[in-house]
Design a protein around this ligand. Structure first.
Ligand SMILES: C[S@@+](CC[C@H](N)C(=O)[O-])C[C@H]1O[C@@H](n2cnc3c(N)ncnc32)[C@H](O)[C@@H]1O
Length: 168
């Protein structure tokens, strides 16, 4: 979800060279670069928002998102994660790498700041405005649990970045 040019995909192909990959991104240029990077791989690239694109049911062994989900509210994420959970095969997993707020205060401050900036510029609530509003790791885990993932663990952390693994 939000595959961009697939910076991390080379590592996944080293693990499973024959992997069938579906990538979703809003940016056509990113998808074109990704296609050109791996011309011989089995990739379905979808131009669109992961909030709108249907994921199907029981379709994927693993879902991956890297540095793409730090703009959205808990409510938006829970709905997305519910859709994702249905799309995973039994025992499938979701690997989320993103950067996270260091504290509840930072999370609240950034959300309030986004609303302030939108108001100041007369931008409606439902219009996307590029300002980072990461959750804390704890709140991200809560959102994944609320969506129905059975267990969520933190695989790695460095600076504000963490890698979470959520199991179907
Ligand atoms: C910082 S880039 C990371 C790209 C890639 N995951 C990587 O690590 O190289 C974030 C990507 O998420 C995509 N993105 C943001 N919101 C999206 C959405 N709602 N649906 C699909 N892609 C989205 C952007 O177009 C961008 O390519």
């Amino acid at each position: 979800m939000g595959c961009g040019t697939g910076l991390e995909l080379g590592y996944y192909f080293e693990l499973v060279p024959s992997a069938e990959v579906t990538g979703i991104d809003l940016a056509p240029g990113m998808l074109e670069a990704l296609r050109n990077k791996f011309p011989d791989k089995n990739m379905t690239l979808i131009l669109g928002s992961y909030f709108d694109v249907p994921f199907g049911e029981n379709s994927f062994d693993v879902a991956v998102s890297v540095e793409s989900l730090h703009h959205f509210t808990v409510e938006e994420k829970i709905r997305l994660y519910e859709k994702l959970l249905k799309a995973l095969k039994p025992g499938g997993s979701f690997i989320l790498t993103d950067y996270f707020a260091k504290s509840d205060e930072e999370e609240c401050f950034r959300r309030a700041e986004l609303l302030r900036l939108k108001k100041e510029q007369n931008i409606s609530d439902d219009t996307f405005y590029h300002y980072d509003t990461p959750l804390t790791v704890e709140h991200e885990i809560e959102a994944l649990n609320k969506a129905g993932f059975s267990s969520v663990s933190v695989l790695n952390s460095w600076g504000p970045t963490s890698v979470l693994k959520a199991i179907e």
